[in-house]
Design a protein around this ligand. Structure first.
Ligand code: KG4
Ligand code: ZN
Length: 339
């Protein structure tokens, strides 16, 4: 079974080819970051238009890289949600047209399912069941993963996602969009103990997160100060420490509650080195096995969508027959009905 995967939910256009026997054959990606940077954030209409321009060339390149003719493709997988609706519709319409022309099935994949399966692209993949910590720009969730398509959300952010908090705080620190990785770099030069940021939701039981207060804490910390390089780095470090401590502690609780022995970390913030290091320590303390995708598969990519589509088709799972895209779509619910 060989599947081509198409990702266009946000500001990356990505195409990849995954083979059930041979693994990942090719993956191509075009980032729109430079285009949106002038506006300080994503402009949805520009994102949609750029996906239109990029998809076909990327498909040609991915097929050429994989030395795979289109006749050897058994299915087309595409991100059906959640995400920017215009961007999703471009990918969904394109993927279904391709599938129609090639007389192959088209499978709509949940973007977060793609993220949480991404560690299966690596050499030592996790077996089901496992606990997943999903930390992206739009979502922060702890998910009980019983098997393919069997997901139960244990806790999520009540307001900003972790990546969103990174991006907003980065903006306050004068870093260009998307600031997550840049803030992490700045934090490396920060001194500990200069600022005390709150650890949101740690004083309460449960697995919910809240990150919107942290950017306010950053704003207060910066107020009335000379914004020299060292102060900015100190604030970045205090902010990152607060986010990481919260994510790690909630993951520790979720491992305890579920009894899972495997923890999968995925989504853009999963590329954060401080988070990876602290989660490794959690793994050592709790005896849980830790699984990360390589950093380029933490952030949005086509490989995770091709993989998810391939596993779904191999398992004979049902897929919708119409062009389907949903801006909001809860993980574990049906694409067409949302329940
Ligand atoms: O998963 P992703 O590529 O897109 C969504 O599905 O949202 O995640 C993007 C998010 C952005 O907020 C970005 O700033 C953040 O991941 N991010 C990071 C790092 N690399 C990307 N945040 C913290 N540290 C990083 N190294
Ligand atoms: Zn994502």
């Amino acid at each position: 079974m060989r599947v081509i995967g198409i990702e266009s939910s946000c500001d990356e256009t990505a195409v990849a080819i995954y083979d059930g026997d041979r693994g990942l054959l090719s993956h191509r990606l075009h980032s729109q970051v430079a285009m949106h940077q002038a506006y300080g954030g994503i402009v949805p209409e520009l994102a949609s238009r750029d996906h239109v321009r990029r998809l076909l060339p990327l498909v040609r390149e991915a097929l050429a890289d994989a030395a795979s003719g289109r006749e050897s493709i058994d299915g087309v997988a595409y991100t059906a949600g959640p995400g920017l609706i215009g961007a999703l519709l471009v990918g969904a319409g394109f993927a279904r047209s391709l599938a129609y022309a090639w007389d192959r099935p088209a499978v709509g994949v949940h973007h977060l399912e793609g993220h949480l399966l991404a560690p299966l692209l690596e050499a030592n993949p996790p077996a089901f069941p496992f606990l997943a910590l999903l930390v992206s720009g739009g979502h922060t969730q702890l998910v009980d993963v019983a098997g393919l398509g069997r997901y139960r959300i244990l806790g999520e952010s009540l307001d900003d996602a972790a990546g969103e908090a990174f991006d907003k705080t980065a903006k306050l620190l004068g870093l260009p969009y998307p600031g997550g990785a840049a803030l992490a770099q700045l934090a490396e030069r920060g001194r500990g103990g200069q600022f005390a940021f709150p650890r949101p939701m740690l004083d309460r039981p449960g697995l919910e997160f809240s990150f919107s207060g942290l950017k306010t804490a950053a704003l207060v910390a910066l107020r009335g100060r000379v914004l020299d390089e060292q102060t900015r780095a100190d604030v970045a470090r205090a902010f990152q420490e607060a986010v990481v401590a919260t994510l790690v502690e909630k993951s520790r609780r979720a491992l305890l509650i579920t009894g899972h022995r495997r923890l999968v970390v995925a989504g853009g913030v999963g590329a954060n080195l401080a988070l990876r290091e602290q989660l490794r320590a959690l793994g050592r303390d709790s005896g849980a096995e830790l699984y990360f995708p390589r950093p380029e598969f933490c952030t949005d990519n086509g490989a995770m969508i091709a993989l998810a589509g391939c596993l779904r088709l191999q398992a004979g799972m049902p897929y919708a027959s119409a062009v389907s895209a949903r801006a909001t779509w809860e993980l574990g619910t049906d694409l067409t009905t949302g329940v």
